[in-house]
Design a protein around this ligand. Structure first.
Ligand code: GDP
Ligand code: GDP
Length: 458
């Protein structure tokens, strides 16, 4: 089964250019004047081995027109409703505008899947715009150059798992939940290897103890990279075998020391964090036990969750705590209150200085990584879904019960699930949360974000 992709965004960001590239013929007219193409157009698109339908939403003739916003909204909503996936395009050279924000809002509310693309991404002029795009709250942007064909592999990588999910969809007859599909072969646990070391980033505010922690990890296990690595701490990432686990550690502390210009420090530390999160499979958020959960910590934690990274929270300088038990209880409560989106993430206390707790940190990282990669067999999922529905049926708006028909895991890293149901837009947040929390508990998935998508059929 194929899918439909709508390209949406404000005029002149390059939608038609991408449309043309995907369709392979010059079907849509491209021009430097905003909005030369009109209304919605459809084409048969190819990207790698994917075949799908693409909709282009050009057709907003005049960017200064008073009624532009209304028309733009209507057109976009129409495209969004027609599409399975929306590619939201912004212009990385122009940066994020108020109109982009407006689009982001429509998409957040309405779209089933959004892929954020920062176009005109060729060259360094686009760097700032790509960073800004993170602020839209729609996940990691892919950097594209529709004109030069750059970033198409990234686009493919984003579409592929979604395409798989559509291909796996149940037939439109109503299958009974229990008899849907055959048991998947048990997927082998994914372990870090020399070729694919576990990518870890240690992130935290200045003075949290990142350097001390990384030195401690390095010191205990001898660096395995080049002859000088480990001493040359200006390397951005360090390859080590941490208690036998091949790891690559992203060293933000080392990077910061490289920054000479003092007043660029703040800016640098934020983009460091973003880079580190992008790089990492597991993000270790290192807190200072004396001053935990600072604004900056919360921002990074939130970013890590939105980017779908596995997260381990480590509380450092634990050697300084006197009433450890009481303090731990406090920390857990703060954690739950301030970072509800990271529910279930492990919290480990460590002392980078004495080395205490570093073993447990290692264990927590490895476990978070495994869970992040985990795949739950479809039959087990559907058995579980049946039980969840029995315990708490979905709501019945206007007396008509929403049917949850069937469920499958569409992706890993982080785990993403798709539930096929009768009225996806009517399922309340709370019910989705009930399912996500249930999934986490039943299939034992701490330390990873879990994505759950409701999809209608047909
Ligand atoms: P639309 O209004 O969003 O459909 O935008 P168009 O596809 O018509 O493109 C608007 C302008 O941006 C045209 O002049 C394109 O050549 C240009 N453009 C599109 N993609 C890129 C790109 O990746 N890099 C650069 N530098 N320009 C681009
Ligand atoms: P960074 O800026 O996050 O890299 O932090 P550093 O590693 O440079 O550490 C900042 C300060 O905290 C230094 O004075 C360290 O000695 C101290 N520190 C780091 N870890 C610990 C710890 O576990 N316990 C104590 N008591 N001090 C620590």
């Amino acid at each position: 089964m194929s899918f439909t992709l709508a390209i949406v965004g404000r005029p002149n960001v390059g939608k038609s250019t991408l449309f043309n590239r995907l369709v392979g013929k010059r079907l849509a007219l491209v021009d430097d004047q905003p909005g030369v193409t009109r209304d919605l157009r459809e084409g048969a698109a190819h990207l790698g081995d994917l075949d799908f339908t693409v909709i282009d939403t050009a057709g907003l003739e005049d960017a200064t027109d008073e009624s532009l916003e209304g028309r733009m909204r209507r057109l976009t909503e129409r495209a969004v409703d027609m599409a399975d996936i929306c590619l939201f395009m912004v212009d990385a050279r122009a940066g994020i505008t108020a109109t982009d924000q407006l689009f982001a809002e429509i998409l957040r509310k309405r779209a089933k899947h959004v892929i954020l693309a920062a176009n005109k991404g060729e060259g360094s002029r686009a760097d700032d715009g790509v960073m800004e795009a993170y602020g839209l709250g729609l996940g990691e942007p892919i950097r594209l150059s529709a004109e030069h064909g750059e970033g198409m592999t990234d686009l493919y990588a984003m579409l592929m798992p979604l395409a798989d999910a559509f291909a796996e969809q149940a037939p439109s007859e109503e299958p009974e939940i229990d008899v849907t599909v055959d048991e998947d072969a048990e997927a082998p646990l994914r372990e870090p290897t020399d070729e694919k070391p576990l990518q870890v980033a240690v992130i935290g505010r200045p003075n949290a103890g990142k350097s001390t922690l990384i030195n401690r990890i390095l010191g205990e296990d001898r660096l395995l990279t080049g002859p000088e690595a480990g001493i040359t701490r200006d390397a951005i990432s360090l390859r080590i075998d941490w208690e036998g686990t091949p790891c690559r550690i992203f060293d933000t502390a080392g990077m910061r020391r490289k920054a000479k210009v003092q007043d660029k420090l703040e800016k640098l530390s934020v983009s460091d964090g973003i880079r580190a999160v992008k790089f990492a499979e597991v993000v270790v958020i290192l807190l200072d036990a004396e001053i935990p959960f600072e604004q900056q910590d919360l921002r990074i934690a939130d970013l890590a969750e939105r980017e779908g990274r596995a997260v381990v929270v480590a509380v450092n300088k634990w050697d300084l705590e006197t009433d450890k038990q009481h303090r731990l209880k406090e920390l857990r409560e703060d954690f739950e209150r301030l970072l509800p989106q990271l529910r279930g993430a492990p919290l480990v206390t460590v002392s980078a200085k004495t080395g205490k707790g570093i073993d447990r940190l290692h264990g927590a990282i490895l476990r978070a990584y495994r869970v992040w990669n985990a795949r739950v067999p479809t039959a087990q999922l559907n058995r579980w879904l049946g039980e969840m529905i029995e315990a708490h049926p979905p709501p019945a708006p206007q007396g008509r019960r929403i049917k949850l028909r069937y469920m499958t895991q569409a992706k890993t890293r982080p785990p993403g699930f798709v539930v096929m149901c009768s009225h996806p837009d009517r399922i309340p947040e709370a019910y989705s949360r009930y399912l996500v929390n249930g999934l986490r508990e039943h299939f034992d998935m701490p330390g990873t974000p879990i994505r759950l998508t409701m999809r209608g059929q047909g």
